[in-house]
Design a protein around this ligand. Structure first.
Ligand SMILES: [Zn+2]
Length: 148
């Protein structure tokens, strides 16, 4: 017998003797469960302005300086006017002066090499970045990062 939990998991192996009882039925206790959602979906990070800045550590890709959220912009690496997409791979954090200087050009055309690459972040890397930034703001960073 195979049971599905809302289509999300499948029981691969059941316990031979232990049962789970509901008021009307009893089921064998699952021993091995396989998640049907693939890892990509579980690992999905929503594409937002704030998440782009977290991915890039609030750093401008062109001058390498750190900024607060209100001072950063989302730069299209390949300009939007040339069909550049608004997604993880074509958006990079840039301060307003660098973004203005680069204007409607690619980094190569503008002779403004990117100091780091655009990439789609994993959910776990974003959780760590957000957690470490929030704990730094709260003054708890020494608990986590200055051990030893
Ligand atoms: Zn800059």
């Amino acid at each position: 017998m195979t049971l599905f939990f809302g289509g999300r998991a499948q029981i691969i192996e059941e316990h031979a003797t232990v049962k789970i009882k509901s008021p009307s039925k009893s089921y064998p206790l699952p021993k091995v469960i396989r998640l049907i959602n693939n890892f990509k979906q579980l690992n999905y990070v929503k594409f937002t302005r704030e998440n782009v800045f977290y991915r890039d550590n609030f750093t401008c890709a062109y001058c390498g300086q750190k900024f607060v959220k209100s001072e950063l912009t989302m730069d299209h690496i390949v300009p939007k006017s040339r069909g550049g997409a608004t997604d993880w791979l074509n958006i990079i954090s840039s301060c307003a002066p660098c973004n203005n200087k680069k204007a409607d050009r690619t980094p190569i055309e503008a002779a403004m090499p990117m100091l780091f690459k655009a990439y789609e972040p994993s959910a776990i890397s974003m959780m760590i970045k957000k957690f470490s930034k929030k704990s730094q703001q709260a003054g708890f960073s020494h608990w986590f990062f200055e051990v030893g």
